[in-house]
Design a protein around this ligand. Structure first.
Ligand SMILES: [Zn+2]
Length: 479
């Protein structure tokens, strides 16, 4: 390996040169001279930071979203625009059209009849922006055998006929859809690198062995250069084959590693307390912490009650924490939980959250500052493709909490850009912990900005990312 020399970078407030070799930082010194064959970058005083981690996203859904019809704002805002978008799109190799990001503001609550009115000549499926719902047109419903579908998520009218709306049934649907080639993650890996992201946590629950193998293949091939932690890795089989250690290894090199076990508390069908404690205990017994999806006060109360019984394993995390009553914050702190949340949703569609929430609960939406004040490790993330991917836009959202219509969602929960960025710099296994220090011998997962840190914090933007290095290799460089 030729090695890499970054000269005149700002590292923890000081100007210095950093030599990278074999995936590690070899040396940091005020001035280093270029060795023969070494690739050199002049940082011109730009900040050199540990690479960013997106602590919660969905890789294959993101790849699929890149090749799907956008069915919601800002791309599509009304029925006519949606009809045009669906007609502009050529069907895939199996004759299907896949839409994503649907929002009721476009054309109300869609069902089969509503979707047929927009496009009926080919099978069309459209995903709600929340990711929890698919709507199928007549041809799509016929292809998947919706009439005889036994999944509880298949919604039916009073006469027992399917409405075309299918809730939280992705596995069921996938089995009935044409065998989709696993989408390559090249474009996703590239986009992440351009944002300075060197590690990601895939939060998709219940990954099949096939999905885990496909993710491993994307990582091995370098199409996805980022380090990869999987919340949905099967409890009893580690990626990397039988015998690979479960649960405890650090994210030592690019390639998937199982993380905390993902549990979804869907408000459409909450488990009872006993079932939930059993599932948490089962993960804990195998050395896996848990990462539990909760977006309402009710599901959060259920989770906290369950954890009071099971106890907490280091690394246990609350995902989203979209609605958190004030009295729950000290409980989260006392139990020793981490919180992985997404204030980017406020900037993306915060008007809908504010409108759908009673005013006295606005203070509970996507809390950030309360957790930091209470000493709870807090990490920001994207939940892409369901929330905006760009971490710099999420950082801006966390500092302003402005929603598209101009209101501010609970300004008391604003955090500084420094705190928001620090949470993206926290390691994949300990979201919200302090960022790793850059020193000789540490992993060369780095992002170089075009400006000093203080300037970047005053105007956070993906445009400032100049160089992204994962495991000592340059994955993105802008002249
Ligand atoms: Zn998610």
């Amino acid at each position: 390996m030729r090695g890499l020399l970054i000269r005149d970078a700002e590292v923890e407030g000081r100007r210095c040169s950093v030599r990278v070799r074999g995936g590690l930082i070899e040396e940091i010194a005020p001035a280093l001279t270029r060795a023969p064959g070494e690739e050199a970058f002049d940082a011109a005083g730009g900040a050199l930071l540990p690479g960013l981690t997106d602590h919660h996203l969905h890789l294959f859904a993101l790849a699929a979203a890149f090749s799907s019809v956008r069915c919601g704002p800002p791309d599509v805002r009304d029925r006519a625009a949606l009809r045009a978008a669906l007609h502009r799109t050529a069907a895939d190799g199996h004759g299907w059209i896949r839409g994503v990001g649907y929002d009721e503001r476009v054309a109300g609550d869609l069902d089969t009849a509503g979707l047929d009115a927009l496009r009926a000549d080919v099978p069309v499926r459209v995903q709600h922006r929340s990711g929890a719902l698919w709507v199928l047109n007549s041809r799509a419903a016929e292809r998947v055998g919706l009439t005889h579908g036994r999944h509880p998520g298949v919604e039916r009218d009073t006469g027992g006929r399917p409405t075309g709306r299918v809730w939280r049934a992705d596995d069921w649907l996938r089995e009935r859809l044409p065998e989709a080639a696993v989408p390559p993650l090249t474009a996703v890996g590239d986009r992440l690198a351009r944002h300075g992201i060197t590690a990601v946590t895939d939060a998709t629950p219940n990954l099949t062995a096939r999905s885990v193998d496909a993710l491993a293949a994307e990582a091995d091939s370098g199409r996805l250069p980022q380090r990869l932690l999987l919340l949905g890795a099967p409890l009893r089989r580690a990626p990397g084959g039988p015998g690979a250690p479960l649960g405890t290894p650090p994210v030592a090199r690019p390639g998937p590693v199982p993380g905390p076990w993902k549990i979804v508390l869907a408000d459409s069908g909450l488990p009872d307390l006993t079932l939930l404690t059993e599932e948490i205990d089962a993960a804990h017994r195998l050395g896996r912490a848990v990462a539990v999806h909760t977006v309402t006060a009710v599901s959060l109360a259920l989770l906290l009650a369950a954890l009071e019984q099971t106890g907490v394993l280091p690394g246990d995390r609350v995902e989203h924490a979209a609605v958190v009553p004030a009295e729950a914050v000290p409980v989260v702190r006392r139990l020793g939980l981490r919180v992985v949340t997404q204030p980017g949703f406020l900037a993306d569609r915060g008007d809908a959250f504010l409108d759908a929430t009673p005013p006295h609960e606005h203070a509970d939406l996507y809390r950030c500052a309360s957790f930091l004040r209470a000493g709870v490790p807090l990490a920001l993330s994207s939940d892409a493709p369901y929330g905006p991917l760009d971490p710099w836009s999420v950082i801006r959202a966390a500092t302003t909490r402005r929603v598209p219509g101009g209101r501010t969602a609970n300004p008391a929960e604003r955090v500084t850009a420094a705190a928001a960025l620090a949470s993206y710099l926290s390691p994949p296994r300990s979201p919200g912990s302090p960022p790793p220090r850059l020193r000789g011998g540490s992993a060369a997962d780095l992002v170089l900005l075009s400006v000093p840190l203080a300037v970047a914090l005053s105007r956070p933007s993906a445009e400032l990312v100049r160089l992204t290095v994962v495991d000592g290799r340059v994955r993105h460089a802008r002249p």
